[in-house]
Ligand binder design. Structure first.
Ligand code: PLP
Length: 407
């Protein structure tokens, strides 16, 4: 990605100029990304001119916003190579995964197995753990290697005719390790299992095409890709969605209901109970359409990976520092510990120096237990608006924090 392109893209994030003026660095995009200017413009335009409900009115405002909402669905579908009716708007990744763990129940029976990995976020662990205990299924957890990558031979050994759901993250939110889905998915396809991809971290830095990936379901959150929080996406193969019962019921989900009988609407209406986050969907679609037209995701990942490499080079001289995960297979995340220092103490002192990053277990307690990390890890995560200046600030901040903590 050339520097001018990044410079222009940086200008599309109003909070960046606000933070630049205050000398602040934002290194927490894996938690939530900053928002693009088009998000603000879209929300402003709707609130000033077009407020109305969708699929619930005959008047001109409702018809207009319904058309915009359905266009947003098509734009989101286009971004990941899906069909519009394969896109269900959710609140976030977590809701998408809870949706699946509930709606896929009808395909499961006692003794079936669900396979996840040791690197899953709690959102891709707890729903399956609870489903397994509720239906008496076996939850298999594929191990990671010493480099915190998925142990693919061990993963393959856990696949069997009993495996009915495989759910895994594309990128670890703790180590930044990228799972090679092009190798993993064909292994799963040898079984009759459904494949669920948690794309919460990859959606903003890897171009995704659900057909090329050959997954059955994919979930992500708008807030991790420069859009509002409260809007998320569940992609599901049409043939499967048609057979699945709704996750929630209520307004908008039926063709016909009587006191004794319910006839569900087709997907996606059947899955979108109640008034959705209309303006969130419209803003997300605007962002994704912009990115699709203007941004090369290979360059995005290169830019972010380069910042991660430069950070590692810059910080590696610090006494006691240890980086998480494989150096050769990191995305936009650099996590580390410093021997003898609690991660929260570091993050607290860095925050005082206007560096925003995250410390702790990052909603991945089983992974931290596996890595024997009792006091959490510090995570710096990079996005298109980050620059080498942020790395300099991080290094200076860290050296100062250690002076304070070791004094
Ligand atoms: N999965 C991964 C890999 C994540 O990193 C996150 C959030 O950080 C989630 C799931 C949950 O996302 P959300 O909180 O937007 O539902």
């Amino acid at each position: 990605m050339d520097k001018n392109f990044v410079k222009n893209l940086r200008n599309r994030f109003p909070q960046i100029s606000f933070m630049d003026q205050k000398g602040e660095s934002y290194l927490d995009s894996a938690s939530t990304s900053l928002k693009m200017d088009i998000v603000i413009e879209t929300l402003k335009q709707i609130y000033e001119t077009s407020v109305s409900n969708v699929h619930r009115g005959e008047h001109h405002l409702s018809l207009k916003v319904t058309a915009q909402y359905e266009q947003a669905r098509s734009d989101v579908a286009n971004f990941i190579g899906a069909e519009a009716d394969e896109i269900i708007f959710t609140r976030n990744t977590t809701e998408g995964l809870n949706f699946l763990s509930e709606s896929l129940k009808s395909f499961l029976k006692e003794g079936d197995e669900i396979l996840i990995t040791e690197m899953e976020h709690h959102s891709n662990f707890l729903p399956w753990k609870h489903l397994a205990s509720e239906l008496n299924l076996k939850l298999q957890i594929a191990p990671i290697t010493s480099e915190a990558e998925l142990d693919i031979p061990a993963f393959e050994k856990l696949l069997s005719s009993k495996t009915k759901i495989v759910s895994l993250t594309h990128i670890s939110n703790v180590t930044g390790v990228i799972n090679p889905l092009d190798k993993i998915i064909p292994l799963v396809r040898k079984t009759s299992s459904f494949i669920v991809i948690d794309a919460a971290q990859s959606i903003s830095c890897i171009s995704l095409d659900v057909n090329k990936m050959d997954c059955d379901f994919l979930v992500f959150s708008g807030h991790k890709i420069f859009s509002p929080s409260g809007i998320g996406v569940l992609y599901g193969k049409k043939s499967l969605l048609e057979k699945m019962p709704p996750y929630q019921t209520g307004g908008g989900t039926i063709f016909k209901v009587t006191k004794t009988h319910t006839e569900w609407a087709n997907s996606p209406a059947k899955f979108e109970a109640g008034t959705p986050f209309i303006e969130g969907a419209l803003a997300l679609a605007k962002v994704l359409s912009f990115l699709k037209a203007e941004v090369n995701f290979k360059e995005v990942l290169n830019w972010e990976r380069n910042l991660v490499r430069l950070s590692e080079d810059s910080l590696k001289g610090i006494e006691g520092i240890c980086f998480m995960g494989s150096t050769n297979n990191r995305s936009n995340i650099l996590s580390f510990i410093i021997e003898g220092i609690h991660s929260s103490d570091l993050a607290f002192i860095l925050a005082k120096q206007k560096i925003a990053l995250r410390a702790g277990h990052h909603c991945c307690m089983p992974l931290l237990q596996k890595l024997n990390l009792k006091t959490g890890v510090v995570r710096a995560s990079f996005s298109v608006y980050n620059r080498e200046e942020d790395i300099k600030a991080l290094k200076t901040g860290l050296v100062k924090a250690l002076d304070i903590l070791k004094a």
